[in-house]
Ligand binder design. Structure first.
Ligand code: PFF
Length: 472
């Protein structure tokens, strides 16, 4: 059977933007920004998206388009070694962990959306009366399991319809809808009384926080950049594997990153004015998954036209979450289809069945949810991306440059070699460094010793890969 491909270039770009734009932009980004001091974090984050995110994204594209396979098949066939197949298996495992909690949050959103729609009709929105208690009831327990299953089923239906007939068509509708609704919400938010204060918090360039806490911001900013660009679990490898002609990967990658960033920044322009209007200091909403839900639900409950705005807002988040969830599920589905010859429907059924169970565990056990959604996913994504990038730099090597240059135009020709140096050497060191800071190593041994440790770990990896390469 011939492997499916995207029908159009825009189809690929929108599907990848659909993967990138998700809960990470609208739910995670505002509260991580708030927690880390607002505009200072935004500046560091934008820098990391440009210097780490985009080159990393291109690394994933290069693997996928070169191999035209799922992550396991891609790493195995490009290296000629089964061991790399295991590395691909690690990506698949990470994607299943990720979707297990993602689908639960998707379920919460569906519920909030549904209750807002009901409120439009009946004039009574259930979660308005006591947002804190409503979130408590929605976030864990059997209700959370039920909504998680509905969300998962929606994603599976799109997956079963295929690359062109499902993912491409769905994201072609969803992305413009998200942009339009968000711009509308941003305009509405700008008319609220807290808007000026919110913009100051969010957008005023804050040199002193940046100077005082630059290194402290790196870890969270890197984690957020990887998460939002869907890096580290093999989504972008999988999506690029359905490309059949030579498009400019640097151009597509930059477009995707810019569109994704616009949505993230826009989401902040919606969320912060609402919180400030109600006198909620975003940094004080507390950390954790529910803070934003409770804060925003409180805002919608009190503002004029709140039900309509809430409906539009949760529609945006639901669409964004769904278009990302399909990209995460597609990784395992493509693995089963490519490697075992399963029909899509069967593969989607198997993967969906498994995630139905693992997601239910997250929905029932807040401690498991918290662990998975917080540290575990950050670590898996960082390790996954680092592994893929050393693969690009040290196993693919020249092949990666050739693939990068295919269709890339004159700028692409020039930047290919510096890009490979960046993804093969600098980025892995940086990723190991952020990993060490996630484990608090810098607090124990100090900043510079941590840098030295990161360089040492990376060099050890490079050396062992070089020897493996000569064996192949
Ligand atoms: N980028 C998605 C978001 O911002 O919500 C999350 C995500 C999707 C991460 C797909 C990783 C991935 F492979």
């Amino acid at each position: 059977m011939t492997r499916e491909t995207w029908a159009t270039r825009a189809g690929f770009i929108l599907a990848a933007v659909g993967s990138a734009v998700g809960l990470g932009n609208i739910w995670r980004f505002p509260w991580i920004t708030a927690e880390n001091g607002g505009s200072a974090f935004l500046a560091v984050y934008l820098g990391i998206v440009l210097l780490v995110g985009v080159p990393g994204l291109l690394g994933m594209f290069v693997i996928g388009r070169r191999a035209k396979r799922n992550p396991v098949g891609a790493l195995r066939s490009l290296s000629g070694s089964n061991r790399w197949g295991f590395a691909g298996g690690f990506l698949i495992f990470s994607s299943l962990v990720l979707i297990s909690f993602y689908s639960v949050v998707g379920g919460w959103i569906l519920r909030y959306f549904g209750e807002s729609v009901v409120g439009l009709v009946t004039g009574h929105v259930r979660y308005f009366a006591n947002p804190g208690a409503a979130f408590g009831a929605a976030s864990a327990g059997l209700d959370a399991v039920a909504f998680h299953l509905v969300f998962l089923a929606l994603a599976a239906v799109i997956i079963v319809a295929g690359i062109r007939g499902g993912i491409e068509i769905a994201t072609k509708w969803m992305m413009p809808a998200i942009f339009t609704l968000l711009v509308g919400l941003g305009i509405w938010a700008s008319t609220q009384s807290g808007a000026a204060e919110a913009y100051a918090f969010y957008l005023r360039f804050d040199v002193s926080t940046l100077q005082n806490n630059f290194f402290g911001l790196l870890g969270p900013a890197a984690g957020q950049a990887l998460f939002t660009l869907s890096l580290g679990v093999g989504t972008m490898i999988t999506y690029a594997s359905y490309l059949d002609e030579d498009r400019s990967l640097p151009f597509d990658g930059a477009t995707i990153a810019v569109l994704n960033t616009i949505v993230g920044v826009l989401a902040g322009l919606v969320v912060f004015p609402l919180l400030f209007t109600l006198g909620i200091e975003p940094g004080q909403t507390g950390t954790g998954a529910g803070a934003l839900f409770v804060g925003l639900a409180g805002a919608f409950a009190q503002l004029p036209g709140g039900t309509l705005v809430a409906t539009a807002f949760f529609a945006v988040v639901a669409l964004a979450a769904l278009s990302s969830a399909i990209s995460i599920l597609e990784i395992s589905v493509s693995f089963l289809v490519d490697e075992y010859g399963l029909a899509r429907r069967r593969a989607a059924g198997l993967v969906g069945g498994l995630v139905a169970v693992t997601g239910s565990v997250c929905a029932l056990e807040p401690s498991v949810f918290g662990f998975v959604a917080g540290t575990l996913v950050d670590i898996l994504l960082t390790v996954g991306l680092a592994v893929c990038l050393v693969f690009v730099g040290w196993v693919m090597g020249r092949d990666a440059i050739t693939e990068f240059r295919n269709g890339a135009g004159s700028l692409g020709q020039t930047i290919a070699t510096p890009w490979l140096f960046g993804v093969g050497v600098l980025l892995p060191i940086f990723l190991v460094f952020t990993l060490l800071t996630t484990f608090g190593v810098d607090g124990k041994i100090g900043f510079w010793p941590t840098v030295v440790a990161a360089v040492a770990v990376a060099i050890a990896a490079f050396v062992s890969l070089r020897s493996e390469r000569s064996v192949v």
